[in-house]
Design a protein. Structure first.
Length: 336
């Protein structure tokens, strides 16, 4: 490929990663500290870009040149922060999720496809369950000193954290989604509740009962969305103007919470690691490979949203039975 042609491909790739309302020319001019006219000439290939400029643009837009130009170096560039209790706290972590969802919603054509291991996003719909998730992650995963010996209290968290979570759910509910579930999805949060029950982290049996009630409400709401085929807020009504919601069940493949975002002609893959953190990449070959892998799983899964009433009822009733069994056992809880 001639250098000018390669340069045009390079800038076209950057253009594809930008939301429609962002000007490519303005972005390039600002990043390289040049005039818009100079930016235009580089984009059209009339002026060759320097190695320093390539480095600046690749660093900012997280571009892997070997994949872009089909060079077989087998390297893939991922981006992502590392949550901790010092300089990348949970408030920043949540805000980062919100920022990604806002960016996804800036694209005209958008969709999330996820291979779920947990009840991701949906566990943010009810206050007590949200508080429990925040508490577990901050106490056990991130080991915040403040929560070292603390008992669970659903009112322990600042209003700002809950407001960020509400904004996350508002943005999530705008995005058409396909989710691949397994019967084990409900287990991780049950394990967390039971672990804290056994280690006497709850002040009373009522705290445990409240969580299981919230979990039942969460399952009920997911089933209502699956039945309607659309996303909507708890207590709201499904409308055909809402984002579509497709739910698949695969009884043989356990998910890992990997997400593929399809944004116009761009695909972004989000891969979880170390419980909370995510890496993401726009690497074309990797994203397409992951997308096709998800399509293969979907073909081998059962669609239970909108159609498949019998399978849908069986799936959610089994979940409710599991939750109810644990809810009943919570009545025997004694903090002493």
């Amino acid at each position: 490929m001639e250098q000018t042609g390669a340069q045009q491909v390079f800038f076209q790739h950057i253009r594809n990663t930008l939301p429609p309302h962002i000007s490519l020319v303005d972005e390039i001019a600002e990043l390289l500290n040049i005039s818009t006219d100079s930016a235009y000439r580089r984009i059209r290939g009339e002026k060759l870009i320097s190695f320093d400029e390539i480095r600046t643009l690749c660093s900012h837009f997280k571009i892997s040149l070997d994949q872009l130009f089909y060079l077989n170096s087998e390297s893939i560039i991922f981006s992502g922060g590392l949550t901790n209790n010092k300089n990348y706290g949970f408030d920043i972590y949540l805000q980062n999720i919100l920022d990604h969802l806002i960016n996804i919603n800036s694209f005209e054509r958008r969709e999330l496809i996820s291979l779920n291991k947990d009840i991701i996003f949906h566990d943010f719909n009810f206050h007590d369950l949200t508080s429990f998730r925040l508490f577990f992650w901050m106490k056990t995963v991130l080991q915040y000193p403040l929560f070292g010996k603390a008992l669970f209290d659903s009112d322990d968290f600042t209003e700002s954290l809950h407001q960020t979570v509400k904004k996350i759910m508002t943005e999530y509910n705008k995005i058409p989604s396909q989710e691949i579930w397994n019967m084990e999805n409900i287990q991780s949060i049950i394990y967390q509740i039971e672990y804290y029950k056994e280690t006497k982290v709850f002040a009373s049996a009522q705290d445990i009962l409240n969580l299981y009630e919230c979990l039942l409400k969460t399952v009920d709401h997911i089933e209502r969305q699956a039945e309607a085929g659309y996303k909507f807020q708890p207590g709201g009504k499904p409308l055909q103007t809402n984002a579509t919601y497709k739910l698949y069940v695969n009884e043989f493949i356990l998910g890992d919470n990997t997400i593929v975002a399809v944004l116009n002609d761009l695909k972004v893959v989000y891969i979880p690691h170390t419980v909370l953190n995510y890496l993401h990449t726009k690497d074309t070959a990797f994203a397409e490979y992951t997308y096709q892998h998800f399509q293969n799983i979907i073909r081998k899964s059962t669609l239970i949203s909108d159609v498949g009433e019998k399978e849908r009822s069986r799936f959610f009733n089994t979940m409710r039975e599991k939750i109810d069994d644990h809810r009943k056992s919570a009545l025997q809880y004694n903090v002493d």
